[in-house]
Design a protein around this ligand. Structure first.
Ligand code: TRP
Ligand code: ZN
Length: 879
């Protein structure tokens, strides 16, 4: 085998395109195995040069090439594995290319493929080259005119970007439709959909009076599950007008839901294509969490119309320009639609659990990466979620008014252009009254900064010292400090918020821009205790280190006026208890018999009771949720004690459940939702809190609590309560659990999205080394290795949410997951590479486990046909 040198793309090598394409005319004669693509490109030389015309192309069957109507002889152009080169071309000309593709064979779900017998496309980031020869890069913007020709019976619906301009019958059993998109766009935003679909329609009139037809297209049997997505779309359109002054710019906006999709959804101009998971919902089949996900993903894709489509990226190193900004926009939209505090908690949970981990491991990269092998591997939590945090810091530093002025200028100045993160920064910087050069580090450096905070009381003054520590990751050597906003407050021993200056203001946003920053504030002599509330609202995406004792945390959990920090304090308290027990077990060498710490128990009780005193039930539920095992594992740099983490968490749940069973039971009853299901803030909160209560109760081995769950499953009208009860039953083994799981599978056998929930629940509870159960699940009719949602539900959940089984000392978990990854890599490299990131953190595990993980990674990599996607992830992990 010859060693393949990885092909590395570098930001510093960027060059403007040699040729531009102003207009694109495409004709698709759609057929499952043999679709014919005719492409007429209006090409123009860009600048003064004699370079050849280079077009990207991947897995295409070329039929003909012509320039200005004259066929090109074979010696005028050459074809290689990645595309086509035409040595000499006129200044400007029409290039006509005819080629064929096989949508059925396209198992990578990238380019033109079939899902449930319907044609659809996915082009971002480099899928268009799998449809036809083209300069497939985001800085080539063209107007598209697209004609679809297909069988009338199998493809009654024909969609593409922009506005429909013509539809006609061809008389031979086929019909055709033509679409025109007046807005120049990069090839990655191209889309077509054709098939047997049904739609719901609505309309939206923009602020300036444009009437927009809205359509959501789904397979006919799903037509009763589109209403929530449509409502979400309309809310998003309204919100973007009201909040950012952004209006929609076409006569139609269509969404299509498909079952086979690599990611969540795609913002193609005027024709968003969605993973059906993020469209389909009705009360009987979708949970509150699903409803939430739909609302935010519909918004995310819609918001891309401005942050991504009208203003797009120059190259893929700028990905966070559209993704970080759009995530920030969708986060704020969701906050406005529901509970801002709960939304922030969810965002930070994701950031801490996924992004911080990524940023501390071998896949660490800056928000603006400097190089990549496979761009598909850079759709990461860092680019998306840390990117959103960085935009949020701009917002916090500038304040809303100036931030909004900057976004107005950004959209105005760069409308119709492909720009860079630098352009975004410059526009923000114009509104700033601080030195923004230092802020750029957030885009250029990987790793999560740590802010160590010390507090000293000196009579009537408190001195706060904040020190930044910059981790050495991703080969970075410098440790220059970042510029960040850090909101703080202070409380006395009675939980009263203290003034921080003479004017009496009780909250301060500190701007840290040095390795060491100090902040002093006066306190009255009779204040005997000062507790700091740090990084309130999580204004900076950092780790705070501060010597809180259990008393401080209990006080903050009860009294902090910043809801996010109240949650954070309670979570820190729980984490402190868990980690303390695990470390003690390690030191003593056996599991400690520890009573439930009184402070924690009291804090739990007061959080629980807050729900009866008007505190948002959903917030209470977020507090009560125990930190996940992977997050607890993050607290250990080496030799992650997988089994002890699991045990400590199970035990603490049972102890709290036991101590508070009466209150849990009462809260469970009190929070019952009256009437039929509605996706409404208050009801969602009640269901979430009931779910927590039921889980704590079911941690106890008592038939009464199991009966409660079984009854909830039998009596409810909605999937949220049904699934929550099933989850609660899964907290421990029981006959009731097994019967409920079986009943659920029978009832929902024909509903793939519901069966995903079942698969993931099973994946979460399967015991270490239980190969039979895994084999049974793989063979279950509900599972298909070809469908990304199924694979994520079973393999993804097993490897990420069942650490005890994945990290089984025998290596059986690693082997099973590696088997699946290798299988998937044979037909869908985007998915195999994504799954493999779970092995990245092998160095944090004990020697035996680390060796076993390494062994599996080597097995994945040492295959002659290992994809470049997977090779990049595993290669970096092993390096
Ligand atoms: N731009 C899409 C989004 O943020 C992401 C996306 C959809 C994507 N499909 C993809 C990225 C396929 C890579 C490959 O919503
Ligand atoms: Zn996006």
């Amino acid at each position: 085998m010859t060693e393949q040198k990885p092909n590395i793309v570098c930001l510093k090598d960027y060059r403007a395109p040699d040729y531009l394409i102003d207009d694109v005319e495409l004709t698709f004669e759609l057929a499952p195995r043999d679709t014919r693509v005719t492409s007429r490109l209006h090409v123009r030389r860009n600048g003064d040069h004699g370079n050849p015309l280079r077009l990207d192309g991947d897995e295409l069957r070329l039929e003909s090439v012509a320039i200005d109507g004259a066929a090109l002889a074979g010696d005028r152009y050459s074809i290689d594995a990645d595309g086509m080169t035409i040595e000499s071309v006129p200044e400007s000309f029409v290039l006509e290319i005819v080629n064929r593709v096989d949508p059925i064979d396209n198992t990578a779900l990238d380019g033109l493929y079939q899902s449930s017998g319907n044609f659809c496309t996915q082009c971002e980031p480099e899928g268009f080259r799998r449809i036809t020869y083209f300069p497939d890069r985001p800085d080539v913007l063209s107007r598209y005119r697209v004609t679809l020709v297909a069988d009338r019976v199998t493809c009654p619906v024909l969609l593409s970007n922009g506005n429909p301009i013509e539809q006609k019958d061809l008389g031979d059993g086929r019909h055709q439709a033509t679409w025109e998109d007046p807005h120049p766009k990069p090839s990655y935003l191209f889309a077509l959909v054709a098939g047997k679909l049904e739609a719901i329609h609505d309309e939206f009139t923009t602020r300036s009076g444009r009437k927009v037809d809205l359509g959501i297209y789904v397979e006919p049997h799903n037509i009763d599950r589109c209403d929530h997505a449509m409502r979400s779309l309309i809310k998003s359109m309204r919100w973007d007008e009201e909040t950012y002054g952004r209006e929609y710019d076409l006569d139609v906006f269509n969404i299509v839901a498909v079952d086979d999709f690599n990611m969540g959804a795609m913002e193609n101009k005027g024709l968003n294509v969605f993973n059906s998971k993020f469209i389909l919902a009705r009360a009987e089949t979708a949970t509150d969490q699903d409803y939430d996900g739909i609302e935010s993903v519909v918004a995310h894709e819609y918001f891309h119309n401005w942050s991504g489509n009208r203003v797009t990226c120059r190259d893929w190193f700028q990905l966070s320009l559209k993704e970080g900004f759009t995530v920030f926009r969708d986060q704020e939209f969701s906050a406005d639609m529901g509970s801002p505090a709960v939304k922030r908690i969810e965002e930070v949970n994701l950031l801490r659990q996924v992004q911080f981990a990524e940023d501390a491991g071998p896949q660490a990269h800056p928000v603006q990466p400097k190089e990549y092998q496979e761009i598909n591997n850079f759709y990461t939590a860092t680019v998306y979620n840390k990117g959103a945090e960085v935009v949020r810091m701009w917002h916090n530093l500038l304040g809303w008014d100036r931030f909004r002025q900057a976004t107005d200028r950004y959209f105005e100045r760069f409308d119709g252009q492909a720009v860079t993160i630098e352009d975004f920064i410059d526009t923000m910087a114009e509104q700033a009254d601080f030195d923004t050069a230092q802020f750029r580090r957030w885009y250029d450096r990987a790793g999560t900064p740590v802010v160590r905070v010390n507090k000293e009381r000196d009579g009537e003054q408190v001195q706060v010292v904040l020190e930044q520590e910059i981790p050495a990751v991703a080969g970075q050597e410098d440790s220059d400090p970042f510029l960040m906003p850090l909101r703080i407050a202070a409380f006395d021993g009675e939980g009263r918020q203290l003034p921080l200056d003479a004017s009496g203001s009780t909250e301060e946003t500190l701007i840290l821009n040095d390795s060491r920053t100090t902040f002093a504030f006066p306190v009255a002599a009779d204040v005997d205790r000062v507790v700091l509330s740090l990084n309130r609202g999580f204004t900076a995406p950092v780790k705070i280190q501060h010597a809180y004792d259990a008393g401080d945390l209990t006080l903050l959990a009860r009294c902090d006026t910043d809801e996010f920090n109240r949650w954070d304090a309670y979570q820190r308290l729980v984490l402190k208890t868990l980690v303390g027990r695990i470390r003690e077990a390690e030191e003593v060498g056996e599991w400690p018999e520890t009573a439930l710490p009184e402070g924690l128990s009291e804090a739990f009780g007061s959080v629980l009771h807050a729900a009866n005193n008007g505190t948002d039930a959903r917030f209470v539920a977020e507090c009560l949720a125990l930190p996940s095992e992977p997050y607890i594992a993050e607290q250990f740099e080496r030799d992650v004690p997988v089994d002890a983490i699991h045990r400590a968490r199970v035990e603490l749940r049972a102890q709290l459940g036991n101590e508070w069973s009466q209150s849990l039971m009462l809260t469970y009853k009190n929070q019952a939702v009256e009437g039929s299901y509605a996706f409404d803030g208050a009801d969602v909160g009640r269901r979430a809190l009931r779910a927590q209560c039921l889980s704590y109760l079911n941690a106890l081995d008592h038939p009464a609590w199991r009966r409660l769950a079984v009854e909830q499953i039998a009596e409810t009208d909605n999937m949220t309560e049904r699934f929550n009860a099933l989850q609660a039953l899964c907290v421990r083994e029981s006959v009731e659990r097994d019967e409920a799981l079986e009943g659920f599978a029978k009832q929902w056998a024909d509903d793939p999205l519901v069966m995903d929930k079942w698969l993931s629940l099973q994946a979460r509870i399967v015991q270490p080394d239980d190969k039979d159960t895994l084999s049974r699940l793989e063979a279950h009719p509900a599972f298909s290795i070809r469908n990304p949602n199924r694979v994520r539900s079973l393999v993804g959940t097993f490897s990420r949410a069942n650490p005890v089984a994945f990290h089984a000392a025998s290596g059986s978990g690693y082997r099973w997951v590696a088997d699946k990854i290798i299988e998937v890599d044979g037909f869908n490299p985007q998915i195999s590479a994504r799954m493999a990131t779970v092995f990245s953190r092998w160095r944090r595990y004990d020697g035996a486990r680390a060796d076993l993980m390494k062994e599996q990674m080597t097995r994945m990599l040492d295959r002659p046909d290992c994809s470049t996607d997977l090779a990049e992830i595993v290669g970096k992990a092993l390096a």
